[in-house]
Write a protein that binds this ligand. Structure first.
Ligand SMILES: Nc1ncnc2c1ncn2[C@@H]1O[C@H](COP(=O)(O)OP(=O)(O)OP(=O)(O)O)[C@@H](O)[C@H]1O
Length: 583
């Protein structure tokens, strides 16, 4: 019981905070609506007595009163619909922004490694489109029906004290079964959510422009449609079973609650009542029965919404591992000194990616990081950016443990470009300046970043320059793979002041000429900063101050290009292989 009250209070708090004025207005409307049935049966009693007594004066008086009650009832319907509509939109938006902000506050990438996290978030997001509506509708209805009951119970109680008790008791098994079955529906929804998420995945794939070519080439569209249907059938049959159980349970127990009304009727006919009282009690019994059944079904629907909002609460209150605002705020005056001390890392699925990394990077040093696919280069960069915390060892920045530094202040000092970058459906300019939301309109800065990324020619090609909307999906234009990569580079370079620059294989899509120019440019940018560059093309890192070779998560070689060639180890072997290939 206490638990249910907490759930209701939490949901009410969310509703109120999303739009306080509208929430209060809706409460007032519900209160007025709740008075209508009580006033209406009272008017009926007055009218019937007036008719029986052939009293035209009181007949008109009671008739006018009854009409007024009906008028209020009719007016309150549309008013309630309007307030509910507005409140519902505000609650949906507030819920979605709360969920988005929560996800935004996860500073690490761990949650994104976890299937259960996606399942849970998907359930919350999917139902965010209708649970706020359900909550408002069923909360309003249950409240109205609950309040309506009070005068009706008083009226029946005035006939015999045990009558309201009997009617409430008769409806209890129905209420109990309805709640139990509704909980089962919710549990089935949660259990089938992984299937629902896969269905979403399949239907989104067919609309994703990135996959459009392969679907056409491999005729794989039908495969995904079948993939969707197979899961739908499983999910649908589980839900159908639950709904049938609900139907049978509800019908059986509605019959039980009717027994209570039958006993009440018998009690009513045992008494000698005036025609007016009889009419009032009959009307009251009718209202009561209807109201109680509605209350049970609305309250059980409300219960499902409350279970949903309880899940929302649990999600919003979950403490992330890496949070912004915790630790020392970092202010770097110059390029930082970095140190990896016996750093090891395993991904949550247990895969070992780094093992005993000892690596010291001097302030202002340009380090090239090389190694075969899967050697651990990107993982090392991700740990440096605190997307994950090391499983063992530590990373220090100017001697301070990175885990003690406030994460946002640390990342603010880093200009980084990854191999998997974003392609935003924004104007070209904003695709660059989104790297620093305080300088979104800094046109000279955007132009400089585009120049450094060798992307100036884009400006001439695109009809509206920086204002050109990108991506076809949103009515814009499309870029080539290399052009997108240049835009991503410009986004990284937009943080001109960053004393640490990290490039993780940023040139895969560039043509050879653009790549050479970019590395020349990068050498200039890297001056006076600490820089790490991950690359498979050894020619692009040969001028680095130091080259570090990773193999199966370990540092196996480290030195200048010349030193490593002389050592005749892994690097020399890779260099010879690439030289032979590229000539
Ligand atoms: N999210 C992840 N979960 C589990 N294992 C992962 C994850 N990301 C990478 N790995 C594994 O960790 C190891 C190191 O991967 P990493 O991406 O760091 O390699 P890399 O050297 O950057 O490779 P590449 O040159 O192909 O980009 C690989 O075996 C990879 O399969």
């Amino acid at each position: 019981m206490r638990d249910s009250v907490c759930k209701v209070l939490y949901a009410l708090k969310l509703v109120y905070r999303s739009a306080p004025g509208l929430a209060m207005a809706l409460f007032a409307v519900v209160l007025v609506q709740a008075l209508v049935p009580g006033l209406s049966v009272w008017a009926v009693k007055g009218l019937v007595n007036a008719v029986v007594a052939s009293s035209p004066d009181s007949w008109i008086y009671w008739g006018a009163f009854w009409l007024l009650v009906l008028l209020i009832d009719q007016v309150m319907g549309p008013v309630s619909a309007m307030v509910q509509g507005n409140l519902n939109e505000r609650l949906t938006a507030s819920l979605n922004t709360r969920l988005m902000s929560k996800v935004n506050r996860f500073e690490d990438l761990l949650p994104f490694e976890d299937e259960a996290f996606y399942d849970r978030l998907n359930l919350l997001r999917e139902q965010a489109s209708y649970q706020p509506t359900n909550l408002i509708i069923f909360l309003t209805a249950a409240l109205r029906e609950g309040l309506t009951l009070i005068p009706l119970l008083i009226v029946t109680g005035s006939l015999a004290w045990w009558l309201p008790l009997l009617l409430l008791l008769a409806v209890t098994p129905h209420a109990w079964v309805s709640f139990k079955l509704q909980r089962a529906v919710w549990e089935t929804l949660s259990a089938t959510n992984p299937e629902a998420r896969r269905m979403d995945y399949a239907s989104n794939l067919l609309l994703d422009p990135q996959y459009a070519k392969e679907h056409r080439l491999f005729r794989s569209g039908n495969f995904w449609i079948e993939f969707y249907l197979e899961r739908f059938n499983r999910l649908h049959s589980a839900m159908r079973r639950q709904r049938s159980k609900q139907l049978v349970g509800n019908m059986a127990f509605v019959a039980v609650s009717l027994l209570g009304v039958a006993v009440a009727l018998w009690g009513l006919f045992q008494r000698r009542l005036s025609a007016g009282d009889m009419a009032m009690f009959l009307a009251t019994l009718g209202y009561m029965q209807q109201n109680l059944t509605l209350l049970v079904s609305d309250a059980s629907m409300l219960y499902e919404s409350l279970l949903y909002f309880d899940e929302v609460r649990a999600f919003l209150e979950e403490a992330p591992r890496t949070v912004a605002g915790k630790g020392r705020v970092l202010k770097l005056a110059g390029p930082p000194e970095l140190s990896f001390e016996s750093v090891g890392f395993s991904y949550p699925d247990g895969r070992r990616a780094l093992d005993g990394i000892d690596l010291h990077i001097r302030p202002g040093e340009l380090v090239g990081l090389v190694g075969e696919n899967g050697a651990g280069k990107t993982t090392l960069v991700k740990l440096l950016l605190r997307f994950y915390e090391p499983s063992e060892g530590r990373i220090t920045v100017n001697g301070t443990d990175l885990s003690e530094i406030e994460v946002v202040s640390w990342r603010r000092h880093i200009a980084a470009v990854f191999q998997d970058y974003g392609k935003y459906a924004l104007e070209l300019g904003k695709n660059v300046s989104i790297a620093d939301h305080e300088r979104l309109e800094d046109e000279p800065g955007i132009l400089q970043a585009l120049r450094q990324a060798q992307a100036e020619d884009l400006l001439e090609k695109l009809p509206q320059g920086l204002r050109t909307q990108l991506t076809k999906e949103f009515g814009g234009t499309e870029l080539s793979g290399g052009e997108w990569q240049k835009v991503a580079l410009a986004r990284g370079f937009f943080r001109f002041e960053a004393p640490l620059v990290v490039l993780d294989e940023p040139t895969a899509a560039l043509d050879p000429l653009a790549e050479v120019r970019l590395y020349e440019q990068f050498a200039k940018i890297a001056q006076g900063r600490t820089a790490i560059m991950v690359s498979h093309r050894l020619a692009s890192v040969r001028h680095a101050d130091r080259i570090v070779v990773l193999d199966q998560g370990r540092v196996v070689e480290s030195g200048t290009h010349q030193e490593l060639l002389e050592r005749r180890g892994v690097y020399a072997e890779m260099w010879e292989a690439q030289s032979a290939w590229y000539g």
